[in-house]
Each structure stands twice: as C-alpha cells, then as structure tokens.
Design a protein around this ligand. Structure first.
Ligand code: NAP
Length: 264
C-alpha cells in the first residue's frame, strides 16, 4: 500500500459545517497522514459540532467570518501562535443569498453580487495573503470550485460568476506564490449533498440528472473529493501542479451533448 506520512506538517481547514462538508472530507486523509489541523468556523453555533467532530485531536478551533478582516487577522495570528508555520490551507466555503439561486441571473442585485464575490472569491485572496508568510516551499493552498464557473448551470447564477473569479484568482495567486514554491489549486467537485448545496433551488433535480448523465453514471462520493484534495495538497503527489482547476465530477464536465439513452 502507498502510504504518506506527513507527521510534523500543519494545516488550516476552513468551511466545516458538519460531517458532510467537503472540507471535512479533505480533513480526514490529512489527519490520517499525521497533519496537525486547525479549523475555522463562521459562527459560534458551529463550534459544538466541530468540538464533537475533532474530539481527541487537540485541534485549534477559531471563529472566522471571512468578510471580516479583523477575524481573518485573528485567525492567522492564532494559527501562527499554535503552529509557528503552515503547510496546508483548505478553503472550502462559499455563500450567495438564497434569492440569487431562484431569480433569473439578470435580476442580480448589486449588494448580492458584492456579498457572493466577497465570501466566495475574495476570501481566497484574503486568506492566501495571510497564510503565505507562515508558508515555505512545498506548502499548498486548495479551494473548491464548481462547473458553473465555466458553463451555465441553471440556478447557480451569481455563484457561477463567483466561482469564475475564484478560479481566476487561483491562477494569479499561483503565479505570485510560485517563486516561493507554494502551490495553489482548485478542485472542481461534482454535486454533493451538503448543507450549502441543499439550499440551492432545484439542487435535488440537478443531483439526480448529474448522476444519470455523468460518464461514470453516478455522482461522486465525498471521500473522492477528500482523497484527491489531499493529493493536490501533498507536494510528493502533485508537486508539478499549480494554478490548476481539476475536476472530480465523474467526467460530467467533459460531455458536450446529452442524448436519450440507447435502447438496450
Ligand atoms: P457546507 O458544508 O455547507 O460548507 C460551506 C461552509 O461555508 C460552511 O461551513 C459555511 O458556514 C461557510 N461559510 C459561508 N459563509 C461564510 C463566511 N462569511 N465566513 C466563513 N465561512 C462561511 O457546503 P460544501 O458543499 O461542503 O461547500 C464547501 C465548498 O465546496 C464551497 O466552496 C462550495 O461552493 C464547494 N462546492 C460544493 C459542491 C456541492 O455540491 N456540495 C460542489 C462543488 C463545489 P455556515 O454553515 O455558518 O454558513
């Protein structure tokens, strides 16, 4: 068996709401490889869940609303104080007001655009800026994206625009941090039944259609996001990849046309 020992490495995982969160799926192989993790959560209501999930791990838990620069400063000060360095950053969070998933894109309000782009895209820049001083060559930053960045996916609307900004930000951050040996990548996941996804209008229909129409004729498992997220972070597995968006979506993104199934 190919095992990877990352004992002595440290990481910050942002965006665990519960055990179904994609951030939690990526935290699992990191923990199993020996990485010491800190977690940030948006509001105090999430702290008991995180305490329960990380029981016995001596994990650092820090509140952080990514729209608040003071929260971000305090988060990275706490991480620096606890670890003195940072090897891995997992950025797995996004938000757009519920109405933006229901109304036509053309109706997007300016303040909804600002909020969606702030939480879902600018936050990667704001966190990378604060993480980089704690990082050295071999460190990795990973964010999570979705196909709606590149193609029109009904209902995603301004979140698709935010994911496009996120993927472009990955490339610019990778360019800035590349000379220091720090890699930045995005994992574009197929639909997964998380709290954020379930709040999107029509998600159930889209989940079903993706499962039927993907190349593998199924949806992805959270564990598949976890293991490939781990691979994108670990320098020994993906050291030559940076500025990239990689799909873990059972091949759905590469299909150009859907036809009715052939009769058996
Ligand atoms: P999730 O479990 O609901 O996680 C989303 C997290 O974002 C939650 O912890 C949420 O906190 C946090 N968040 C929202 N606004 C925030 C803010 N202002 N400050 C700090 N944290 C904030 O859902 P998920 O599906 O795993 O989402 C993780 C990432 O994967 C997102 O970027 C999402 O777009 C991406 N993704 C998901 C899918 C999918 O189908 N699930 C597919 C592709 C990509 P609260 O719970 O407090 O709001």
């Amino acid at each position: 068996m190919y095992t990877i020992d990352l004992t002595g490495k440290t990481g910050l995982v942002m965006g665990v709401a519960n055990q179904r969160s994609l951030a939690w799926a990526i935290a699992q192989p990191l923990t199993q490889a020996g990485v010491k993790l800190a977690y940030s959560y948006q509001g105090e209501r999430l702290r008991p869940t995180l305490e329960q999930l990380t029981e016995g791990q001596d994990a650092l838990l820090v509140p952080c609303d990514v729209t608040d620069d003071g929260d971000l400063d305090a988060l990275f000060a706490a991480v620096g104080e606890r670890f003195g360095r940072l090897d891995y950053l997992v950025h797995a969070l996004a938000f757009a007001p519920a109405v933006t998933f229901e109304e036509p894109f053309i109706e997007t309000a300016r303040d909804h655009w600002r909020l969606a782009l702030d939480v879902s895209a600018y936050s990667l820049v704001a966190t990378a800026k604060r993480a980089a001083p704690l990082m050295s060559a071999g460190a990795g930053i990973l964010t999570l994206s979705y196909l709606a960045a590149e193609r029109v996916v009904p209902h995603y609307n301004v979140m698709g625009v935010a994911k496009a900004a996120l993927e472009a930000s990955v490339r610019y951050l990778a360019f800035d941090l590349g000379p220091r040996g720090i890699r930045v990548n995005a994992l574009s996941a197929g639909p997964a039944r998380t709290v954020a996804a379930r709040s999107i209008a029509g998600f159930g229909d889209m989940y079903g259609a993706t499962g039927r129409q993907s190349m593998l004729h199924r949806n992805i498992e959270n564990e598949e996001v976890g293991s490939f997220g781990f691979a994108l972070l670990a320098d020994s597995l993906s050291g030559g990849i940076t500025g990239e968006t990689v799909y873990v979506d059972a091949g759905f993104h590469a299909i150009g046309m859907f036809l009715p199934p052939r009769p058996a």
